[in-house]
Design a protein around this ligand. Structure first.
Ligand code: NAD
Length: 256
């Protein structure tokens, strides 16, 4: 498709399914040198071949590394897996969850479970990648998965919106902390993207038709459209872009 990720070693968390899967396959299509796929299990929730099988058919070296991103040590082991290819250049902290019951009455257990993946998991992945990038003196790119729900709040996703707002600010703070080392950190904020997560989170699935009607482009987004935005942020084409929360939402948050 392009060679904008030529010579880049890319790691994607939560890459068995949905958006992460599209980011990983997209990285291979955009010329990555190697793509490391990580998730808790390798089976795609939406069915089909594992992400690594798809990437192998493109002739790009790939590995699956089982990782629960909420565990710091597992993030460290994931990043170590990039060493055989010369170290990570592009780290995509994509793994994230929603809750079946999220709102003003979200329970303590659910709130902490969500934060452990959506915030702890993103920070631990970014920290581990930044450490290796500095050790290898790489001007790497770290992309965090935010959401339009991290820019505008929604009563049906109180915990989720809180976590994604944190991700957007985390990108800005880490951009400041890591910029002097040449490492860029950005967040991508998808709108309503047609994935397993969308279809199986009842409140979001129900709201999605209303979102679609209000979206200027009048359709849901495709996972590959997030993959292309991430490829751009991972590539040298965005070499002076850091600290942003890039909305990829068909224009939804730009209209009233
Ligand atoms: N689908 C949307 O409309 C939408 C919109 C905005 C943001 N997002 C964000 O995009 C990201 C991907 O969402 P998706 O729609 O592809 O969901 P998905 O459920 O299809 O895929 C998420 C993947 O993350 C993995 N995962 C869950 N917990 C994990 C953990 N602890 N460690 C490692 N992996 C774990 C799952 O196994 C799954 O394969 C999430 O961060 C989500 O919040 C999605």
């Amino acid at each position: 498709m392009s060679d904008i990720l030529k010579d880049k070693v890319v790691i994607v968390t939560g890459a068995a399914s949905g958006i992460g899967r599209a980011i990983a396959i997209g990285a291979a299509q955009h010329g990555a040198k190697a793509v490391i796929v990580s998730d808790v299990v390798e089976t795609p929730k939406e069915g089909g071949e594992p992400t690594t099988t798809e990437i192998e058919t493109l002739g790009v070296p790939t590995r699956f590394v089982p990782t629960d991103v909420s565990k710091k040590a597992e993030n460290d082991a994931l990043i170590d897996a990039a060493t055989e290819f010369g170290g990570v250049d592009v780290m995509v902290c994509n793994a994230g969850i929603t809750l079946r019951a999220d709102g003003a009455d979200v329970t303590e257990d659910d709130f902490h479970r969500l934060m452990s993946v959506n915030l702890d998991g993103v920070l631990f992945g970014a920290q581990a990648a930044a450490r290796q990038m500095k050790a290898h003196e790489k001007a790497g790119s770290i992309v965090l998965m935010g959401s339009m729900g991290g820019i505008a709040g929604a009563g049906i996703t109180v915990a989720y919106s809180t976590s994604k707002g944190g991700v957007v600010l985390m990108a800005k703070a880490l951009a400041d902390a890591l910029g002097p080392d040449g490492i860029r950190v950005n967040a991508v904020c998808p709108g309503t993207i047609d994935t397993h997560l969308l279809r199986t989170t009842p409140a979001i699935a129900e709201a999605s038709e209303g979102f679609r009607k209000r979206t200027p482009l009048r359709r849901l987004g495709k996972p590959s459209e997030i993959g292309d935005a991430v490829a751009w942020l991972g590539s040298d084409l965005s070499s002076y872009v850091t600290g942003i929360g890039l909305l990829v939402d068909g224009g939804l948050l730009s209209v009233i």
